[in-house]
Design a protein. Sequence first.
Length: 251
Amino acid sequence: LFDLTGRVALVTGGASGIGLGIARALSGAGASVVIGDLSGEAATRVAAELTADSGNPTLGLEADVTVAEEAEALVARCVSTFGGLDILVNNAGIGIHVRPEEMTMEQWDKNVSVNLRAVFHLSKIAYAHLCAGGGKIINIGSMYSIFGAGEVPAYAASKGGVVQLTKSLAIAWAEQNIQVNAILPGWINTGLGAQGRREMEGLNERVLARTPANRWGEPEDLAGTAIFLASGASSYVTGVSIPVDGGYSVT
Ligand code: NAD
């Protein structure tokens, strides 16, 4: 039920952090994985590591998901290298830490472009391939998909949008047997998590005080949910956003 042998997955922003954790999980479950990341060097390096660990082919490519031609080329390379695309993980994301009254429209556009616009664009490009049979889209939201944040307003708005887009694509593409779901990670130890700790005063204490699990998550904590949503085990699950947050969102 959870076996991904013969399936092809694309993970955006998969060269580090949560994306890398998910790429590793899908590769370990049998998928052929393509990692597309701003850093082609890091993507190539981690792809070689994953192949060595799982024995399944992994390809690392440089791509900026906000650039139309690069997003198109990424999907095209999945298809030309592995013969199709079954699982799209829209993980690439950034956080711009500027209060709303100080935020420039360029900063707004940049944040929304990576976190929301590219999620739609890649889904649209992948659609024809996902139609081939039991296609899966996994979008990465955030606790800020649920809660507001005065410190990162464009981030929160874009992540809220990811939840609504997930529902909308799930409805639109149910007939094509494409399941579209989201994971809402809690506070996870990654480069972005460290950036948050640097830029948001008292964040570490706030997170620990409110997280019943009493620790930050690790990228591996998302592995099981990612495999579930990528596999036949979730064939009747669509349009949902699953918090993986050590209980943060229920407090
Ligand atoms: P990270 O910074 O460790 O990794 C993000 C990766 O995305 C990097 O490898 C980066 O090069 C890549 N990337 C950024 N912009 C890109 C672009 N335009 N095109 C292609 N690749 C791009 O961050 P992370 O914490 O692993 O975050 C991954 C996702 O998880 C993001 O969507 C983030 O918003 C979300 N998230 C993170 C946390 C957390 O606590 N770390 C919590 C909730 C949600």
